[in-house]
Structure formats: C-alpha cells, structure tokens
Design a protein around this ligand. Structure first.
Ligand code: PLP
Length: 436
C-alpha cells in the first residue's frame, strides 16, 4: 500500500494520463507489456529521451535499459539519425514508389549478414516472421512449422502458441480468436531440445516446411542456445529439406553486426529482422538465399505487400543507424559495457548471497530471480516474479528503467557511459541488499 502511494506521489501526471488512456485504449496501451501488469502498478508515461536517458512526464530521469524494446542501440536521438530523418522528411513522408534508400539499406544489411543475398522490407517484426513462414511454405510446398515454447515471433495466428513476451508476462493461455485450424500445422517443442525436433522430423519427414527459432531466446528473459543446439537444427533441416529461419528481430545487429548467426558461424536459409534496422522507426525485414527470395512477388508467386513498406523515414533512420554500427570497434565497446555491468552484478550477487541468475550475451542480459540457470520456458517460469516486481519498482525509484517483466531482456546502448553502468551496479547492490 505504502509502496503504491509512493509511486503515485512520484508519478502524478503519469497516473492521471494512465487513467484517461484506460478509457480510450484497451488497458491504456497499444502493446500489452507496456501496461506494467507484469509488475503491478501504473506505467510511467514518457515525455522525451536523449542519449542513455528517458524523461517522464513528471520530470523524473531514468537510465534506459529497455531502449524501445531493442532498437535504440546508439542511444536516443542520436545526432546523425536525427539529421537523416529530418532531411528525409523535408522531401516527403511516403510515396508508395521505389526509392534509392531501400537499396541503400538493403546493401547495408546484405553487406553485414552474409546469409542474406536478397531482402524484403516490411513494417514490423510480426510481418517479417509471418512472411518468412509463408515463403518457407511456398518454397518447400509443405505446411508444418516447428517453433519453440517461450519464443515470441510476433502476434500472427500461427505463432501464438506457447509464445513468450507479453503472453508469458500475463500468463495467458494461447489467445482466443486464433482458430484451431490456424495453429494446426504449428509443432511446438522446448527450447534447447534438439532431440524433440529430431523426433518430429522422424514423425513428419516430408511435411515440415521450416523451423523458426530465436537464436538467443530473448522473450522469456534471456535463454542462450546450449552448445550444439543450433548446429543440430541446421543439420536436421538440411537432412529433411526444410528451411531454417533465424528470427533475429532482437539479436540482429545487437549481439554482433552479423547477428547471432555470425557469432555461431551458422548459416540459416532465411533471417527475420526488425528493431535496430529501423533505428526506432517502424520496420521489419526478411531476407536470405537468393534462390529462396526469388519466390517473393513480383519476381515469384509468393504474395506479400505493404502500403508503407520501405518507408523513406524508416529507411533513413535505419541507414544512419547501421552506418554508425559498421564503424570499427562498436561491438567491442558494447561487449566491454556488457562485461562491466555483468561483472558488477555478479559481484553483487556473490556479496549479497542472493540466488539469482544473470544471463547475458553481447549487449543484452536478464537477471532471473531463479534458483537454477534458465535453459527453457519451463525453467524461466520457475522464477520468483513477485521478487522481480519488488526489484523492478526499487530500481525505478532509483532512476533505472528496466523492462517491466521478468520475461523480457534488458538492453545496453552505446550511450551508456562507464560511470552510468557503475551507477547502475550501485543501484542493483542497494536494492538487492534491501531485498536480501
Ligand atoms: N520476433 C522477435 C524475436 C521479437 O522479439 C519480436 C518483438 O519483440 C517480434 C518478432 C515481433 O516484432 P514486432 O513487435 O515489431 O512486430
């Protein structure tokens, strides 16, 4: 009760705006996790952002570890991205006709991710995965797909089966409104369980069009692929003539310039992108082997289209962002920042004796309030979400904005200076000592 009162005192304008928003928007939001239901209490309304910081409508300042759920890897309002968007806007917002910028962004992605020989831009990660699966089905002439429980690939009907992200946060069963027919061809197995995948291929040797996988599962917190898991998926898809789709909407241009596939040295057939490649504007994309991408209309028969696809403003933000990321040393910097934070939090966990699991790769991490390392959705769900909520609110009160759910990953941006990371470690220490 007292904690609730404190929150309201700190956030009176956010509170009032949320009251109004709830009368206008379902749950007061346009995407479920934003409503803070995973931690209880009202969300903070953001007024503006700059560099590593978010500023709320009550004048509070936060170090941002959400980064609009991933895109803002350079930090907010990065000068060259702002300049590119401003300059582009003066020449028009959208034409529904080809522009050079689309080829520019395509070259930047293709030049960074060797498995991608051709690419199609769409407007969100959801559209990217949905279209990639249609493509895989068109290319193979098969219907079944394999996904992993706790992985989230957007909200297309066929993929809302044991999905992560908001579905996990809210503890929802698979969504009403999805007809059984829509998911009849979706086969779901536990993350990191390649034997179960092999079993499915034994049962349906000629029916599986594709495996879609988050090469790091970042919608149930942060679950790393165990050694050999992704390799087995590559072998099995090759053996059974199915496609391997890496959903790198989250990991693309985050864990390395070439994404998780670069870190692992694995070549998927198709890759899905979103988030960073749009620099904070709405974008998604799917790309892959030329022979596969040649199925896409108008070159091939697989239909997929979009009024705002390849939008000039989004292309401009994406180009400016990727140009910055392609400069030498950027991913080394991100790695150093991640290590600084990771080592600090590990030390705090040791000193406070709190049994929590810090899972981390590149510029993303998750602190699970769990007794054992988390390897799949079942073990993620064993986390103490009540303890996470207390941690979340105490961190917020100390000016650190974390994802409002145990089942979301935290992101590090290039704008986070070492002193800010050290300040974050101090906050973690203060809060965990209180919770211990
Ligand atoms: N795939 C992954 C791995 C994601 O993390 C997300 C969103 O968080 C999506 C797909 C869906 O992207 P969007 O929210 O842009 O539709």
């Amino acid at each position: 009760q007292q904690a609730d009162a404190d929150r309201t005192i700190r956030h009176p304008r956010s509170h009032a705006l949320f009251e109004e928003a709830q009368t206008l928007l379902p749950g007061g939001v346009n995407s479920p996790v934003r409503a803070f239901r995973g931690v209880g209490g009202d969300p903070v309304f953001i007024d503006r952002a700059e560099g590593a910081y978010l500023y709320d409508v009550d004048g509070n300042r936060y170090l941002d570890y959400v980064q609009s759920w991933g895109p803002m890897i350079l930090g907010h309002v990065y000068p060259s991205v702002l300049a590119a968007v401003e300059e582009t806007a003066r020449r028009g917002f959208s034409f529904g006709a080809p522009t050079q910028a689309e080829s520019e962004l395509a070259k930047l992605v293709i030049g960074s991710v060797p498995s991608v020989e051709m690419i199609r831009f769409v407007n969100s990660g959801t559209e990217a995965t949905m279209s990639a699966l249609r493509l895989a089905r068109a290319y193979t002439g098969r219907s079944k797909i394999i996904k992993f429980s706790g992985c989230y690939h957007g909200h297309a009907d066929m993929l809302l089966v044991q999905a992560g992200s908001g579905v996990a946060t809210l503890g929802l069963p698979d969504s009403p409104g999805v007809p059984a027919e829509a998911t009849a061809h979706t086969l779901t197995v536990a993350y990191n369980d390649a034997n179960a995948v092999e079993q499915l291929f034994h049962t349906f040797p000629n029916d599986i069009a594709a495996i879609i996988v988050e090469p790091v599962a970042a919608n149930m917190g942060l679950v790393l692929p165990q050694p050999g898991f992704l390799e087995r998926l590559r072998e099995l898809t090759q053996k059974y003539h199915a496609l391997l789709i890496f959903d790198e909407v989250m990991t693309g241009f985050r864990v390395a310039l070439g994404g998780m596939q670069q870190r692992m040295g694995i070549t998927p057939d198709v890759t899905c992108f979103g988030k960073i490649i749009g620099g904070g504007l709405p974008v998604g994309a799917y790309g892959g082997r030329r022979e596969v991408m040649q199925q896409v209309a108008p070159l091939g028969p697989m239909y997929q289209a979009g009024t705002l696809s390849g939008n000039p403003l989004a292309m401009a933000a994406g180009i400016a962002t990727l140009q910055e990321l392609r400069k030498p040393g950027q991913y080394e910097k991100l790695e150093q920042k991640s290590e600084l934070l990771g080592e600090g939090i590990t030390r705090v966990l040791h000193d406070t004796g709190i049994n929590a699991q810090l899972q981390r790769i590149g510029a993303m991490f998750c602190l699970y309030f769990a007794q054992e390392p988390v390897t799949d959705y079942a073990s993620a769900k064993r986390s103490d979400t009540a303890l996470f909520s207390r941690y979340f609110w105490e961190m917020l009160a100390r000016g650190v904005y974390l994802p409002p759910s145990q089942f979301e990953a935290c992101f590090i941006s290039l704008a986070l200076e070492d002193a800010m990371l050290e300040e974050t470690v101090q906050s973690v220490e203060f809060v965990l000592r209180q919770l211990a």
